[in-house]
Structures are given as C-alpha cells and as structure tokens.
Design a protein around this ligand. Sequence first.
Ligand code: MG
Length: 221
Amino acid sequence: MIKVISFDLDDTLSDSQFDELIWRTEIPKAYAKEKGMTFEQAYKEVTTEYKNLWGKAAGNWRDASFWLTHFGLKTTWEDLLSMLHHEIKHFDDVVPVLEELSKKFKLVIISNAERKFIDAKLKLNHIGKFFVKTYSASSDFNLKKKEAQVFKKVCEDFNIAPNELVHIGDEEEYDVTAPKSIGAQAFLLCRKGDKKSDFKDLHDFKKAVLSTVTREGNKND
Ligand SMILES: [Mg+2]
C-alpha cells in the first residue's frame, strides 16, 4: 500500500531557469562587478572553480551562500533572491496534482538542492503547504546527490516499509536507481519526452497512483 509519495524538485516540480540564472549569470556578474573585471573573465573563473570543487565541497557545493563567501563577495543570497525570485516557476500540473494527492497520501520532497533553494521554490504558489516534510541531500545529508540512505531515512521517519514509498523525479540514477535499491517504488519523469520514461507529466503519474490504490482496495474487499 502506498503511504508516502516523494517528489524530486528541480525539473520535476519547478524548472531550472532560476538556478541557471543564479549560478551562471548573477554570481559571475557579482564577481565581475566586485573584482572589477569583464563578465566573460568572471564567468570563466567562477565556473572553473565550480568544477574544481565538485566532489570536494560535499553538500556545500549546492549552497549559493558558500560560493559567495568562497569568492569573497559582499553580495548575499538575499540579494540574489530578491533580484530573481520572479524567475521561479512551477510546471502547470503541479498545483492540481499536489492538491489531489495530498488528500490521500503524505507528500514529501527529496531534492539535491540546498535548503534555501527548496524553501524559495516552495514559497511560490504556497505549494509548501502540500508537503509534510522536505529532505535536502546537500543540507541534511551533506551529499552531492540523493543516495539510497536518503530514501532509507524517509522510510524510518514515517515508519513505513520501503515499498510503501513512491518517488518520482527526472534523473534515472538518483530518482529511480537509488530509491529502487532500497525497495521503494520509483518512476522516471521526462517532461520533454525525449527519453524513455514512465511519465511525461504529473497528471498521468497521479492517475497511475490512484488506480493502483483502487486496485489494491478491490483486492482487499
Ligand atoms: Mg531533478
């Protein structure tokens, strides 16, 4: 029986435009301005350093504040957020699907994103109210990406068997292979439809979940 449904955040509920702008436009822009160089030079230095520290900074790697401090910049996360919060967008199916599924299941977020990014994205359209808990692989587990231990922790927190957890997300390795490795049910979402996936949008996912529940209900009658 399904008891908890967990959603990936980026490219599952919200698109990546906001993140792209933070990492590849605004941080290099602040760097260029504060260090007195061209954007092109700053972009090169900043993105080279992102690559250098991948795998070395663990969960910090996804924290914009860590990078602003690392680069010795005065610009803060709050500066970036107030400039760019209007760029946060959810896909059209997100609110209606969460609204319906939250009536029947406990919903959680399991994301690689750093806590501040999660909080900012859940504020939009007040979608935070649909989730009973959020898990950040980087902030809560100091991991670069979701690993099996994150999904295990969710099962422990809710006191459920692994197969009572259903996860959906857009990255095969972290949204499907990792949860399946502990025995959870997991589905691949590909909104662009350009690769083999279980679902192209959340409406179809919702229908599949609800029909499973109906089938299970009938079996038990
Ligand atoms: Mg994702």
